[in-house]
Design a protein around this ligand. Sequence first.
Ligand SMILES: CC(C)(COP(=O)(O)OP(=O)(O)OC[C@H]1O[C@@H](n2cnc3c(N)ncnc32)[C@H](O)[C@@H]1OP(=O)(O)O)[C@@H](O)C(=O)NCCC(=O)NCCS
Ligand SMILES: [Zn+2]
Length: 210
Amino acid sequence: MKEILMSNSPSKTCDDCGMSYVPELQDNVLQHKKYHDKIVNGLRTSSLKSDNVIFSQNDKRVTVISQISPRVQRKRAEEVARYARKDTPYGAEQLFDYEMEVRVFLLHKEDRIIGLLLMDKRYHVWLANWVDLDAGKEPKEISQHPPIWTVCFVWILKKHRRLHLAKVLLNEALTYLGCHLEKIGWYTPFTDSGHLFVHSCCPEAFYIAK
Ligand SMILES: CC(C)(COP(=O)(O)OP(=O)(O)OC[C@H]1O[C@@H](n2cnc3c(N)ncnc32)[C@H](O)[C@@H]1OP(=O)(O)O)[C@@H](O)C(=O)NCCC(=O)NCCS
Ligand SMILES: [Zn+2]
């Protein structure tokens, strides 16, 4: 934001996207417009030949990306993740640059990407239940548990939340992976909305996986 520091004109911070800009600087106004649109409406995208579509209904589609997907797909998933991370203190820095198996599921609505689910395979597994967790009891690690698909990060664009879209995204991912909801892991800690979402998916017990 060099221009802002150099300008004597007052800057303004947008309540919706959080960007500070100087309304008197035309370049700055355009920059804000572009950024604002991405944050509020989602990344604009065109369908690619290499899209691996696993679900399509009305104006929504889910695509899946893995370590061996074309670079253009991995870069797109990483760009969505960069924006998603702005909403939470957590979230993976790198989506594909590590050894465990990874799948990224993107939720598209018309020509925008409005959701992301990052799942990876993890080896250290604990069985947790809400009653014990609320009482402050530590969950028990299950020794030698086979690796399980784990929800590492889930995100839906703000204006589309509470429409069960995270559930749709997760269900489609699980169908694709051939997993049952009760058998997957969840990476902790949770954000407040993450906590409520996991509670709704698994009302009694769930696996924590790291
Ligand atoms: C967590 C998140 C992905 C949920 O997405 P969503 O599409 O709004 O979730 P859904 O609509 O599928 O929610 C399903 C159920 O989860 C519960 N739930 C989810 N978010 C909730 C919230 N903010 N408040 C209360 N309950 C919530 C509800 O029981 C809901 O069902 P209901 O709407 O019929 O009551 C979304 O809030 C988000 O992107 N948060 C920011 C990123 C983040 O914190 N991710 C989690 C990292 S651990
Ligand atoms: Zn804005």
